[in-house]
Ligand binder design. Sequence first.
Ligand code: CU
Length: 153
Amino acid sequence: MVNKLEVAWTLGTVALISAVAVYSTVLLYHIDQLPAHPDEYVEVIGHQWFWEFCYPVNGTCFNVTYDAATGAASGGSLYAAPGSVVQINVTATDVVHSFNIPALGVRLDAIPGRVNSIAFTVPNVAPGTQYLIQCTEFCGTFHGTMRAYLAVT
Ligand SMILES: [Cu+2]
């Protein structure tokens, strides 16, 4: 014989789990949406073992190399204004890499033949602030030198 209390806690649990499932699903799709008009739009290409950044707005592309001995990156930086919304499209030319800005919680796989996109907001910090960019997918001998910086301009 089914107790009314058993029916109540079963239906209550089903309702609670259903509500969490619907909320989570909506949120997952929402956070994947890209802005209609980002302030900055950058193509990011992973190579063994450096990052290439392209700004389609002005047709500029450059490679960033990193000197592990000095911790300095040369060739340029990913640049963006404080508070701006940046959309990046990430791909790779050879093996799988992963584009990561740990301080901003930005991480996206760079996969040959596929373009992954994400948008993020640059914090309102003083111009000159730099955020480390690093590859977080082991991609070969010099994986550890696949570093660059996001420079707030
Ligand atoms: Cu790597």
